[in-house]
Unconditional design. Structure first.
Lengths: 441, 441, 441, 441
């Protein structure tokens, strides 16, 4: 996580100020429950809320105390006592530091997940808009980087829409994984604290009570969370690479938006580089990589060791901030993507109609020509066109024209029948069906 | 995937025989649909089913054909024609190889997921049985590898039960991710095949139609699948490491089962090594590692490239077979785990009752002693016991005894009050609550 | 590791037969040393060598024994006794199983490294040949996928040559990392075996004695080995992706070799897919992924745990066999790569000479025009050409022609001066310098 | 990289100030060479050096310019012109931004490597000191976490010393990998800049000229660099886990240093947690994880894409700062590690001398008892001791005593012979040999 690839709303979640605010809320809600069951005076809980609710916790002061106590939660509680006065002695009763730390981390992760889900929603909106905008804009489909058969640019957007719809669902599931709260004491047995406190704090913080904790909330939850972020990042990479391919000089069917005054290079006006999507490719690598330490964090020793902590202090912000930034950047790219339908047709046409060869083959077969003969006939004509393309990067010969003068073809297919096989509509006839499947609401 | 760490039922899913059987079913179901909408003769579909349903596909013959055609699906179709006769010419009409390959891969993955879910169910059953068996068996809880406060061995099993319940849900979700079918032609536009064929095959094979495919089924689904397997493997590692710790010579609170005649070492009778759980630790590393290439597989170029294929030919079997083996091995370990309740108490007692020091501290405070004084009093007594432990590995002095003769303690706490603080029941009073949360049905 | 991506010479290293042969050699060499220092009779060592040297160890028989003993080394020793007779009782004296297992694994890895180094040598030879063949074949250099300035195809090959030269050195280093032998007994103290035995076996097997072992050879060595393989795989991926890009329909500057009769698609003659390099992309992902579990293997507990073993049984063969196959496949691709110099020029020319715009800019500046004016002048002319390209995918306007009629240009540059700026030789003048750096011998 | 796990000297390398300083030096050295070959006036080079050498570059001013130019190198050059005056127009002549950026990154990495190597040297010194301090301090060796045979604590330190000596060599190699400089222009052809400039700058900055670059320095170098850091981190993890094991309550043979006033827990005096080594375990996971994106960075498209940049902006500082911190922390841990030789003996003795059972077995065999009988005799006595241990966690029966009264033993072995087998010196007799191998200088 570095400022260059960060957005303020997500970064905010990971500031010390936010963390101390969440700690306060956990402690204060716990006091409410403790007061309710008679462990601490109700008045004390009230005072702590009153003094703390609008207090601003002094990060430098807390750091200063921590330098003495070498314990961050104790430092915070000490500072809270400075703010709340003598009633603060009832704070944290029967609790253990991890109760606060782990519940706070999960609050942060669920908030981060909320932002990520909103990011995906914005991306989905952009994809949907561009999908319908170019629903019928024909371009060549490519397998292995080689021209195959026509698709539409709208279909590409629809595919991405479907993929990010799945990512959205995964993020919702991932959020649920970490939306738990533990207030269960030193080894998770509730020896010194009533389970009702946990239930109250969970409810108050919008979480579920962790069914069984062991001082810490089990880290398989977090492994699943960060693994999911890695999958979402991989989908970002896919769409980014699609744009990078389309912007290649030789393809140039789409381009990242360039503001009027922007310069790609000081000398070469054609240097519009797909730097945003290249950047996204790198960011995806980073987010993906955080899944590994998150998985290694699962196998803590016995009731807990603290090896997960240093990992999470890093990947908590690093993974969420970077993914948030990447999703927003991708949304911008899609939103403003320059699309060149003319170039799409030109690129397709450079092969002189060869993309229709399969249809001619089928037509000949259906007209009674043996498969072997049909293949020979099609290939004979297609190879002329292909060689012409291969020599010059643009076919000077037209496949349809060749077929119309080949007696073996015209013997079984009329001119109309041949021409009909070059109809692009044949390839797009089910686009509406696919759109209906993808955009269900 | 190697025989040593494989079980037949999972391996079976990945044999050529199974693959060809699934290919046949996809092709034959597709023919049914094609026949239904009038593209191929109903009689042809019937014949293909009749001849193929019980046929055994000859793997060597197909390999032989593939050496000529250099194309596995064509080789299969040629062999199918040898079996089904002239009606086989209607097979695969309008389809592309990936329609068969990708749908088959997803059938294999869902079957693999079914086995994995059943594996987890067996593990859950073992964990539940052992959890209730040792629900009230007190042992020391350890944070950072250091004695903390008492838990029960049943709680450890309950924690694992809760964790693997989550893993079960994740596997169900992962199964759903890959339970899709695509029969959509060369670039996914259904240009040459009616979408109804896809819908029929999906239904017949127990899958959902992929909303939008691009010759291939999108690989974010598989990334999620293999990432989930990595998380499950990490949970296996956690429980394996718990057992390894408990079996250490110095701890010895539990042991992997040893058959009566088994020898750990030819000379040293105490050499009972936790080799099964060590093995599981390694297997977890492997399953986890497969998540990375699965995520890198997502960003295929344009409508598809085939870079994912070599990865999946490896991790498809490798990840599922290894995880299946690991889950079964772990179930065996838990099922037959030797548990030593006596040793648990002995280990706890080696610290001479020090684990209760926190309760004494609280009692003194509640009796009106200032926190500073209370801490000083407790520490004074505790340090004697601790030094005794530290010197000999077993406290020769008893914490309770020391307290009972300390005038500063006895001034405010009666003997009964002191003795009561050493009651283990204090720590286990909420075990039933936790069990009720974990074992809901 | 699967047969489809395996070559026999590397696979051979990992067969049970080879393993037992290496075990025998380790045991027999150890006997020689033991005999030399008087621990076992010299005659016994002689007999074991005589009986075992040409014996074929019966894998099924050893497996059968292992089913009883549950110990692979003991099973082997039992079988060896069946072959060598009573003198076999002196075999393995004072040794521990890991002495044999770990030393054997390192022998296998060094042999694998030898093959990999030879693979890289073959690749280097192919790269060098193609580099000199196309040393002066100009093609466009692309940054961000966008045309930049001219390079030569030979330079691309030279870059790959330099990269794989580095990979070769890395493999030599990696080989050295694992070329160690340990015969040091149960916990590495040589309590029951003289260190001279280790030294003798090391020498005899072409290894170094491990300075200090702990029953096992330390796994940081193997982590480094497999990490290095991951880096080499990443270089394979780079070159594979270069080929895939060059073979794209719109670029088509090079193609994987197609045998005359080969079909890329049953209908479309242009469907020559870069399937070999796509396959290599996937294989690189796999080899890279094995670095992770190898690194996790380092932190064994105390003097050893056996968690590394299951990992190594998999990645030992998987990583080396796959990388060997990938290197050989890449060599074949480079060796037979179809290169189209004409197309390279055509692609470059499609931008109507725009790639020379920077030189014009510099010439104007050097002729006294202010940088601002020079930029404006160049851009005015360049944009005409670029728009023409952007509209049609091929510039209908020529940059040089435009410049020659622009009074602001001709005011300061003569026609000759302008024409000279379009000389491709300007860009290739240092190719020989670079080649001299890269091909030093 | 977060402040909590950072040290100033390493962090300093990655500040904007340092980066701009390095950029300046690269540009100024390049000017020297350009002046030498007559491309720019020598006076200009002199002025730039004079004005820039001691200038402090204003990071905020440069950021401000970058907000307009959207290009960091141009922003820097603009600011440099503000400092150096009109002569600055000769700066950067014929160079491309990557020439500066990539060379600077490699300067930073080599400086980072220097610090890391110094860190390892400090660690090696600590390990060597502790190794000799405890060279003959016997403790039990453990395989699989189970007592095996005696080793010495010094040997454990020697093993770590040998491992980090290897890590040192790897870091030196890794440093060499990235110690290259490229000043080769837009696509690496030196079209606009003489190769002698590169050679001069390389020499001046302590680097080698990159034999062939492509606008960028090839990223296989960096992949190897970060992979090496991952291996070093894994060795840190190993030693950290050793300490964590030794500090377990039940083992307690060593402890991380606790300052007199430090509190592990507010109530429990025995709560000295190995938090430093747990922390190191987590940091190792992080450093290891950065190897993956570094390897994925290798396969840039054609002459370069910029996807590596975002990755390196993160892992450049993250990996080096974290590893530097971890090495220093580990050095502190080793340096001040509390070692308890008495406890080592107690732990060993808890098994009542069982660790010597193998020697008795061998002695009986050598005295003529058949292997079967010898095993039966040893096992009979050993099992008594073992059961006693298993029941109580400390054997109440002594193995030697049992043997001395077993007629089948005393029939062939004298008391002296039996007693001699319990000599710990037998296990430590080769410690000096091993130390001589490890500490060669």
């Amino acid at each position: 996580m570095i400022p260059r690839y960060s957005r303020p709303e997500m970064t905010e979640i990971w500031t010390p100020e936010t963390r101390f605010r969440i700690w306060f809320e956990i402690e204060a809600h716990a006091m409410d429950a403790l007061a309710e069951i008679g462990v601490v005076p109700k008045e004390a809980a009230k005072v702590v809320w009153e003094k703390g609710r609008h207090a601003s916790f002094d990060v430098e002061r807390i750091d200063e105390i921590e330098r003495t106590t070498k314990h961050d939660v104790i430092a915070f509680l000490t500072h809270l006592a400075e703010i709340a006065g003598p009633e603060a002695r009832f704070v944290h009763q029967g609790m253990t530091s991890s109760d606060v730390l782990d519940t706070c981390f999960n609050v942060q992760l669920t908030r981060a997940a909320d932002l990520l889900i909103a990011d995906v929603d914005a991306l989905l909106a952009a994809l949907k808009r561009r999908a319908f905008e170019y629903k019928d804009t024909v371009c060549i489909g490519r397998s292995h980087g080689i021209h195959a058969e026509p698709v539409t640019f709208g279909l590409k957007m629809a595919e991405a829409y479907a993929e990010f719809s799945r990512c959205r669902k995964r993020l919702v599931d991932a959020r649920e994984e970490v939306a738990t709260c533990a207030i269960s004491g030193a080894v998770g047995t509730f020896a010194n604290i009533d389970p009702r406190v946990e239930e109250h704090v969970a409810r108050a913080m919008g979480l579920q009570a962790e069914p069984v904790s062991t001082q810490v909330i089990p880290r398989d939850r977090h492994a699943m969370f960060f693994a999911t972020l890695g999958v979402v990042a991989s989908s970002i990479e896919r769409l980014a690479i699609e744009v990078r391919h389309l912007q290649r000089t030789e393809v140039l069917e789409a381009e990242e938006y360039f503001s009027p005054g922007q310069k790609g290079s000081s000398a070469m006006p054609h240097k519009r580089n797909p730097v945003l999507t290249e950047n996204l490719t790198g960011l995806a690598r980073m987010v993906r990589s955080y899944a590994m330490p998150a998985m290694e964090n699962v196998a803590l020793w016995h009731e807990r060791d603290i090896s997960h902590s240093s990992v999470e202090r890093m990947i908590g912000p690093d993974a969420t901030v970077t993914l948030d930034f990447a999703l927003a950047r991708l949304t911008g790219v899609i939103d403003k993507l320059l699309v060149y339908p003319e170039r799409m047709l030109q690129n397709m046409d450079r092969l002189g109609g060869l993309v229709h060869s399969q249809r001619i083959l089928l037509a000949l077969t259906q007209a009674g020509v043996s498969r072997e003969d049909a293949y020979r006939i099609v290939q004979r004509n297609a190879m002329k066109v292909w060689h012409s393309y291969q020599l010059a990067g643009r076919a000077d010969i037209d496949f349809m024209t060749e077929l119309l003068v080949d007696p073996e073809v015209t013997a079984v297919l009329s001119e109309d029948q041949i021409r009909e096989k070059f109809d692009l509509g044949y390839h797009t006839k089910h686009v509406d069906t696919i759109f209906a499947r993808v955009f269900k609401d």
